[in-house]
Design a binder for this molecule. Structure first.
Ligand code: GRF
Length: 202
């Protein structure tokens, strides 16, 4: 399966997906990395792995629709089977989503439905959570609310700060995302009527 990864920052999740795709028999390959930020450090990491990169800076387009149209026309040439959002800090429109319905996944650093949105680790700590984690979900119109493909729980330790918790969750993200991508690429997880069907749990 042909995968395009969208990043806006460091791209550590993109890297873990790239490393997983390089394993023999992994059912996916990353054919491009797209970013909305020319300064995204993940771009250099992708280029170091000879993965083609494309940058679509929002300020070069007068409207969100034109920004997305440019990305969509690039995708028409790249022809991805799956799109992985990985630290991509921009909401994509329902028009974009319906174009790739059931084929866009995202990783979010909380146990959804808890803590959608930003600053998830600080919010978890402020709420007194003793358990945190990360979620891979299908991307739907709402933010961080699509059907869940996979989740992993991570303990909150005494004295944790948002940074120490984020670091602990991030290492688990790097394991969870490749697993979720493999399920999707193998056809073992798919979206049906807005819900996830997981073959391996039947
Ligand atoms: C990660 O916590 C990820 O869950 C969130 O963005 C953070 C940075 O990701 N989406 P990356 O290092 O850019 O992959």
């Amino acid at each position: 399966k042909r995968v395009v990864v969208f990043i806006s920052g460091g791209g550590s999740n993109m890297l873990s997906l790239a490393d997983a795709c390089n394993q023999p028999d992994f059912p996916a390959e990353i054919v491009a990395v797209i970013s909305d930020k020319p300064s995204a450090a993940g771009l250099a990491k992708a280029e170091a792995r000879r993965i083609p990169t494309r940058v679509f800076e929002r300020k070069n387009f007068s409207t969100k629709a034109e920004h997305e149209a440019a990305i969509l026309s690039a995708l028409d040439e790249i022809r991805p089977d799956i799109i992985c959002l990985a630290g991509y800090m921009r909401l994509i429109s329902s028009a974009f989503i319906s174009r790739y319905e059931g084929r866009i996944i995202n990783i979010h650093p909380s146990l959804l439905p808890l803590f959608p949105g930003l600053h998830t680790h600080q919010r978890a700590l402020d709420s007194g959570m003793k358990i945190a984690g990360c979620t891979v979900h299908f991307v739907t119109e709402g933010m961080d609310e699509g059907p869940i493909v996979a989740q992993a729980a991570v303990p909150v330790m005494p004295g944790d700060t948002a940074d120490s918790l984020a670091a602990r969750v991030l290492t688990v993200e790097h394991k969870l995302y490749p697993l979720a991508l493999q399920l999707l690429a193998d056809g073992k997880a798919r979206m049906e009527d807005g819900r996830v069907v997981l073959d391996h749990l039947r």
